[in-house]
Write a protein that binds this ligand. Sequence first.
Ligand SMILES: *[C@@H]1O[C@H](CO)[C@@H](O)[C@H](O)[C@H]1NC(C)=O
Length: 272
Amino acid sequence: MLERTCLLLFIVHAFAYANDVLPEAPNCGHQIIDSAMELRRVAQEGEFPWTVLLKYDGAHPYRCVGSLINDRYVLTSAVCVSAKNYIMIGVVVGVHRLHEDARSKFYGIEMVIRHEHFEDGKNQFDHDIALIKVNDTVKYSGYVQPICLSKSASLLQPEDKVIVTGWGMNAEGDPVDTKKVIIRRVIADDVCKDKFAKYSVTVGDGCLCTDTLKGFKDYSCAGDGGAPVVVKSGGTWYQVGIVSFGGTCGHDFPDGNTRISKYIPWITSNLV
Ligand SMILES: *[C@@H]1O[C@H](CO)[C@@H](O)[C@H](O)[C@H]1NC(C)=O
C-alpha cells in the first residue's frame, strides 16, 4: 500500500510540473510532413506546426508571430508584447490560413514575461525575447506541435540556410493569408555589425544575423516579428532564432534575430 501511494505521488508530481520543462527530441521538432530545407512560398497544411499567431485587440489583430515551446508557453520577441497601443488578447495555434478555424484554437493569456533588460525604443535590440504563458494546457495534434530549442551555438555556421515561418507581409509588401515559408542564410557577426553600424544600430552578441540567400527573394517583413527561425538537424527541427529587427522588407540587407542558444538559461529559469 505504501509503495502504491509513493508511485501515485510521483505521477501526480510529474504531471503537476510538466509545464516548467522544455521537451527534448523526439518530443519536439517533428511534423506530419517530413519537409526539407527548400524553397516554397507557403507551407503545406501541417508543416511548421509550432508557428503561433499572436492576436491583438482592434481592427488589425495580426501583427506578430511566436512559437510553441511546450504545452503552456509561447516564445516571441519582447517588441511584440511591448507596444502600449496594441493589446495582445491571446494566441492562436494550429493556424494554416488566417481567418480559417478548422484546426486552429485560441488560448487566452495567463502571464507575459518580458526580458527584464530589454529596452524599448532605442537603437539596439538586445534581449528581444518574451514568454507568453497561456491560460490552459495546449492540446497537441498533427497541426499543433512544440519546437525544440537549440542549446548549442555551434549548430549554425555562416552560409547555413534557415527557415522563418509567419504571416507577415510578402516581399512586395502585400498581406498574406497562408503561412509563409521564408529561406534566409546565416551571416558572420562582424559582417552584420558593420552593416548595421552605418545606421547607428548596435548589434550585440545575443543576435543571430541572417540575410538574403543568393538567388532567392525571401525576406522577413512587417508582421513577422517574434517568428521562429528554425533549422533541421538529424531529422529534428530546432529553433535557433526569433525574428527581431531588420532593414526595409524586399531589400538585400541583414536581419537581426534573437539567438536562442544564448537565452536558454533565461527561458528555463522563467518557466514556472
Ligand atoms: C482563457 O482565456 C480566454 C480568453 O480570455 C477565456 O475565454 C477562457 O475561458 C480562459 N480559459 C481558462 C481555462 O481559464
